[in-house]
Write a protein that binds this ligand. Sequence first.
Ligand code: NAD
Length: 370
Amino acid sequence: MSASKKLLILPGDGIGPEVMRQVRRVIDWLGRRRGITFEVKEGLVGGAAIDAHGVPLTDATLNEAKAADAVLLGAVGGPRWEKIEFERRPEAGLLRLRKDLELFANLRPALVLEALVDASPLKADTVRGLDLLIVRELTGGIYFGEPRGIKDLGNGIRQGINTQVYTTTEIQRVAKVAFELARKRNSRVCSVDKANVMESGLLWREEVTRLHQEEFVDVELSHMYADNCAMQLIRNPRQFDVIVTDNLFGDILSDEAAMLTGSLGMLPSASLGAIDADGRRPALYEPVHGSAPDIAGRDIANPIAGLFSLAMCLRHSFELPDEATLIEKAVSQVLKGGMRTTDIMAPGMARCSTTVMGDSITRALDKLNA
Ligand code: NAD
């Protein structure tokens, strides 16, 4: 990694800029109070880039993203741009970023904080202390496989085709990310497939097993069929540490896991690429939630998913686990103290704005750092 830490912030649309403003405050706090400085650039993505440049991501911004050690994104999209053709819509900017940076591993943690244990639709006893991480393959599988399309078979019959396809390289590189992450957690990986009915699933299982035997015997590996995993996530989610799975199953299971925590405004994500010859790994960090046009501009959005995305960025791109933990602890303390944005409001708690939540978290950081 280069001596200076290069960070590109793309606030995007809707609540994106409000949320990223609070993230920026914490980045500034890290410089002031911990002596950790970043070379921060800001750019436009999504609808904001369409309004300014006519495209959802300019080549210049894409190049900035490639030059950065990490990209922090707010959210893209909104009703203003919904009538534009698909390739020029805000979401296309985000897709281009993921594709051109070759971000093949999508990390979706599901963490239940004690203060929010009642926000889960499951019983508190089932989710208390939950801390799992889903690693989803993001650039291969059935969403990209060829052949694809809708064929006219004649006689009024049509056929829809998609192809589930994985190479050994694609499986191994995402499994490697999962094993490496497990080593920094509780050293357990559950690989999820449908090896009982799909050849691509069989290959998936064989390759994950082979990699495990060759490089990661210290990590505990188990295998599970995707349908069973969907059930186990509801029955006993705490049995999991790291789940690694393909694009399609990961899409579904990561949303299921997200719901275990009960709150969209709290969920971060990371998308990682391959480590290059200089030891740099392209990475994009973003909240799971969208641009929430229904509440945008009102200073009521929950900034915590954005702040947790920053924590993931510190942990995975900058090897700053202590600072990541500090942010997570500060958030926990503020929630324990009863502060709540509207989305996580509960009886007896104090409703606060985005800005006041940011104020409280920076104050908690000051106290923890004293
Ligand atoms: P959304 O996540 O924006 O909002 C869903 C609901 O959750 C809304 O009621 C919203 O007010 C609430 N919400 C979301 N984040 C919140 C937060 N931080 N604090 C408080 N409440 C929050 O999903 P949507 O409404 O389906 O989509 C809105 C727009 O966002 C669409 O244009 C969609 O394409 C886009 N979108 C973008 C991304 C992304 O940028 N990665 C992801 C999903 C949706």
